[in-house]
Design a protein around this ligand. Structure first.
Ligand SMILES: C[S@@+](CC[C@H](N)C(=O)[O-])C[C@H]1O[C@@H](n2cnc3c(N)ncnc32)[C@H](O)[C@@H]1O
Length: 326
C-alpha cells in the first residue's frame, strides 16, 4: 500500500465530470466539518467538492488506478494538509483507515465504475472505440488482464462471466467462439474481440454496440467489482460514525442491486427468519435508508455519462453496542 499526500504537486487536467455532485455534498452533510472518505477518487471531482464545502473538512481518497493517484499527488496540492490519497482498493478500506489511524468517519462516497480518463484512454482496453490491448484492469499493475482471462478460462467459466456480469443472451455461443478462436491464435486486442462478437451477434443495428455487454462483463470480472463492492460497503459501514452517511452511485443494475440489498439489510432491526418467535440475530447496528436519487434532466443533458446513475444514501443510526445517534 502506498500513501501519498503531504508533498503533493500538480500536473494534470481531467475530462471527468463528477456525477450528482451537489446531491452527494448535501446527502453527506459536507457543509458540516468532518472526515470523509472518497473511495473512488478518479479525477477527484467529489473530493474537491467535499473539501470546498467546509474549510475544516478532511478527505482520505482511494483509487486502484496508478494514473489517478499520480494525478492526485499533483492536482490536489492546494488542499495538502486536508487531503491524502492511498493507492488501494476500497475492498481494503478497513486496513487503509487503520493504517492512517482514522477511527471516525462522517461520510463515504463510492462513485462506481470507470472514469472518463479510463474509458477515453486508447491503451487501457476499456472501450471498443479504440484498438488496444485487452487489459481492462483498474490497477494495471496487478491481476489478470481481460486477454489473460479470455485465453485461459474454460468454456463454462467464459459463458458464466458473459451471462452473469453482462446479462448477455448469446453467452454460450460467444464462449464457444472464444475457445475456437484461441486454438488458432490468442485474442490480444479489442479489435480481435469485437470481430468475434460481431461474427456471432451481427453488426451494430441500434444505439447499443453488440460488444457492450461483453466489455462490461470482462471489466467486472477482471476487477472483481461486485465482490469488492460488497466488501467495501460493509467495511465502510463498520468504520462509520453514528450519524454518519454512505453515498453510493451505481451505473448498472448488478451493482445497484448490491447497494440496495445491503442498505435494506442494514435498515432492519432484526434479520431473523420470518415467523421466528424470539429474536436471536443480535443485530446491533442499524441504518436509515433515504429515497433513491437520480440525476436531473439538466445534468443528463450536460453530462450524458450520468444518465444511468443511481445515488443511494444511508445514515448510521445505531452503532455496535446499540449506541444511538446523538
Ligand atoms: C467513476 S470514477 C470516479 C470519479 C470521481 N468521483 C470523480 O469525481 O472524478 C471511478 C474510479 O474508481 C476507481 N475504482 C474502481 N474500483 C475501485 C476499487 N475497488 N477500489 C478503488 N478504486 C476503484 C477507478 O479506478 C476509477 O478511477
Amino acid at each position: 500500500m502506498t500513501i501519498y499526500g503531504e508533498d503533493a504537486n500538480f500536473s494534470r487536467n481531467s475530462g471527468h465530470v463528477p456525477v450528482m455532485c451537489r446531491e452527494v455534498i448535501s446527502s453527506l452533510n459536507c457543509k458540516q466539518k468532518g472526515v470523509f472518505v472518497d473511495c473512488t477518487f478518479g479525477a477527484g471531482g467529489h473530493s474537491k467538492a467535499i473539501l470546498e464545502s467546509n474549510t475544516g473538512n478532511r478527505v482520505i481518497a482511494l483509487d486502484k488506478d496508478t494514473d489517478a493517484v499520480e494525478s492526485a499527488k499533483a492536482g490536489m496540492s492546494a488542499y495538502r494538509e486536508r487531503f491524502s490519497i492511498v493507492k488501494a482498493g476500497f475492498e481494503t478500506l478497513g486496513d487503509v483507515l487503520n493504517s492512517l489511524k482514522i477511527r471516525q468517519v462522517n461520510g463515504f462516497i463510492f462513485d462506481l465504475g470507470m472514469s472518463s480518463m479510463q474509458v477515453d484512454s486508447a491503451s487501457r482496453g476499456f472501450s471498443f472505440r479504440f484498438d488496444s490491448e485487452l487489459d481492462m484492469r483498474f490497477d494495471s499493475r496487478a491481476g489478470e488482464t481481460a486477454a489473460d482471462f479470455l485465453n485461459s478460462a474454460d468454456e463454462k467459466e467464459l459463458s458464466r462471466v458473459f451471462s452473469e456480469y453482462g446479462e448477455e443472451p448469446r453467452s454460450p455461443a460467444l464462449a464457444r467462439a472464444v475457445i475456437a478462436r484461441r486454438i488458432k491464435s490468442p485474442l490480444k486486442t479489442t479489435k480481435d474481440l469485437i470481430a468475434l462478437i460481431e461474427r456471432i451477434k451481427g453488426l451494430k443495428r441500434n444505439r447499443i454496440h453488440p460488444a457492450t455487454k461483453i466489455f462490461q462483463a470482462l471489466r467486472i470480472h477482471v476487477n472483481d467489482e461486485l465482490e469488492s463492492l460488497k466488501a467495501g460497503l460493509s467495511q465502510a459501514f463498520r468504520c462509520l460514525e453514528t450519524g454518519g452517511r454512505i453515498a453510493a452511485i451505481s451505473f448498472h443494475s448488478l451493482e445497484d442491486r448490491i447497494v440496495k440489498q445491503y442498505f435494506a439489510y442494514l435498515s432492519k432491526k432484526c434479520v431473523c427468519p420470518p415467523g421466528q418467535p424470539i429474536c436471536t440475530c443480535d443485530k446491533e447496528e442499524e441504518a436509515l435508508v433515504f429515497k433513491l436519487i437520480k440525476p436531473t434532466e439538466e445534468e443528463v443533458k450536460d453530462n450524458p455519462r450520468s444518465r444511468s446513475a443511481k445515488l443511494r444514501v444511508i445514515e448510521k443510526i445505531k452503532n455496535k453496542g446499540g449506541k444511538d445517534a446523538a
